[in-house]
Design a protein around this ligand. Sequence first.
Ligand code: SAM
Length: 271
Amino acid sequence: MNERQEDGHPGHRPRKRFGQNFLVSPSIIRKIVDAVAPRAGDTVVEIGPGLGALTEPLLERLEHLHVVEIDRDLIERLRQRYPPERLSIHAGDALKYDFGTLKESGPLKILGNLPYNISSPLLFHLAEYASQVSEMHFMLQKEVVDRMVADPGTGDYGRLSVMLQYRYFMERLFIVPPGSFNPVPKVDSAVVRLIPKKVGAGGTADDPVLFARLVAAAFGQRRKMLRNTLKEFGGEAMLEAEGIVPTARAETLAVGDYVRLANALAAQARK
Ligand code: SAM
């Protein structure tokens, strides 16, 4: 049975620059909404509602929903379709949106079939609000999800894995084939669940900015040895003092190792 809804968006030409691949598979839409499991009274935010493939079934379960959308044509359509007491439309770029303004309404459930071209920066932006979030569900390129959940020592393990695993429990829920979208993307997608951790993996980084800089430097040239990539942080001597082999490469260190290194550096800076 072909369950694609090809005529789901008459009059709207999908815009590549906004990463518009609209969901047209009712079974995938149902699976995502079931995974989110919204309950009346939840404060739910959808990023990139588009033509409402997820918005509509979410509003069947919720009295009210927040959405953040950048495309003016789509915003206008949403305005015509839903009254403001049901749908709060935050018009603009989700990368610049201050999710903190919604915190008074309670912990946030955030979800979205995300525009692929901004997925990593958006995940980093959202990480700033982790303490105000109860859970997030995103559709992303499968390759990005694989990087998010990768274990140390694997080719997929990188900056995204360390920075997100530090803040979230993450689980890849299911894979979504290209035929579930219109237009059809070239790659597989996957849905991932992120639940913020109360305390960071491997303890809490005393100086989160320093931690982020250290991780970025380590993976900046991932084939090089840490004694070279981390030269500005004390290189060989600093690694040895923390019990890390200076010839190791970034992908062999666990999240907790990065936290420990960053905390040792932060303690040194305080002396
Ligand atoms: N949720 C819809 C669906 O599943 O069919 C649309 C998903 S489409 C992959 C991505 C959506 O994000 C589009 O509606 C697009 O206009 C919107 N978008 C793209 N960049 C954005 C940004 N920087 N801020 C907010 N929304 C954005």
